[in-house]
Ligand binder design. Structure first.
Ligand code: SAM
Length: 291
């Protein structure tokens, strides 16, 4: 049985009981960094899908600056620098993730700093875009995060949240087929409604909610190699027994695969714009555009 290294609970408990999701449930300073790169690698199709999705909100402009908040190993910092030609600052609280990000020579225009969402070490109004990929649910004080983002963004700048939301769980059919308990864990993540409320309360305008389809893996065999690493919140929190059963069923299905069946997942992209005026007076309660 593959035991997740983050589990410091008794063996019997880790074996049988899933852990509940809450901010801080995943120790990014523990063993996750070592497996994160391989366990969350961006396929070229996934990178393309996100490049296209963010294009309307991130216009390339000389001297523009992007904050990649919770930048992890820097997989999106590199992509953003490449795609947009902007200066990218990756801000990340985990020393382990930062060390990995810095291990490869960061491309031109990318720097990493140690920082948490609730207290950003930047002057006001220095960024045009803030990008948070699979980060918002990990933040303990989300209103403080939205407040800080409003402070460091220029007027007209936007926050892009990429992620999985508790009320949008139809995008992971393959994951939930083999690991049904992962659905219950994802249901504990903040919802789109929660995120909209947090950002609108801090004076942002909700601009869009887009569904983005990504080809996560080219085959079940690739998917099995990825899930084996448990570098994913839901898989890390499953009980060891449920993870092992799901993984065994997935490996068996992968072995029977005749031709490669790609694993397609649908995530959400939420966009919030900082309009002029002082927070938090600029409140808008109308629903954002949903596609
Ligand atoms: C699932 S990883 C995503 C990393 C990266 N954005 C990506 O998509 O590959 C979540 C990241 O959020 C970071 N994180 C957790 N709490 C945070 C906080 N309060 N402020 C900023 N980042 C945080 C973690 O350390 C971790 O690197």
């Amino acid at each position: 049985m593959i035991a997740h290294p983050e589990m410091s609970r008794s063996k019997a408990e880790a074996d049988t009981k899933p852990r509940r999701f809450s901010p801080g449930a995943i120790a990014y300073d523990g063993a996750i960094p070592a497996s994160y790169r391989a366990g969350r690698a961006l396929s070229s199709q996934t990178a393309d899908a996100w490049r296209v999705a963010i294009q309307p909100f991130v216009r390339p402009a000389r001297g523009s600056a992007i904050l990649d908040l919770g930048s992890g190993t820097g997989r999106f910092a590199r992509l953003l620098a490449h795609a947009v030609g902007a200066h990218v600052v990756g801000a990340e609280p985990s020393r382990g993730m930062l060390t990995l990000a810095a291990r490869d020579q960061p491309p031109e225009g990318v720097v990493y700093v140690a920082a948490s969402a609730e207290s950003l070490p930047f002057r006001p109004q220095v960024f045009d875009v803030a990008w948070l990929s699979h980060v918002f649910h990990h933040v303990r004080d989300r209103p403080a995060c939205a407040r800080e983002l409003r402070r460091v963004l220029r007027v007209g700048g936007c926050v892009l949240l990429r992620g999985t939301f508790g009320d949008r769980l139809d995008g992971f059919p393959t994951l939930f087929r083999f690991f049904p308990g992962a659905r219950d864990i994802c249901a504990e993540l903040p919802t789109v409604t929660d995120a909209v409320a947090v950002f609108e309360r801090e004076g942002f305008t909700s601009e869009a909610v887009r569904r983005v389809e990504q080809r996560t893996c080219g085959s079940l065999a690739d998917f099995a190699a990825r899930t084996r690493l448990r570098a994913d919140t839901a898989l890390a929190l499953l009980s060891d027994r449920e993870f092992a059963e799901g993984q065994a069923t997935l490996e068996a299905a992968a072995a029977r695969e005749q031709g490669p069946s790609p694993v397609v997942e649908t995530l959400d992209l939420l966009v919030y714009r900082k309009s002029g005026g002082s927070a938090p007076t600029a409140r808008r309660r109308s629903a954002p555009e949903v596609r």
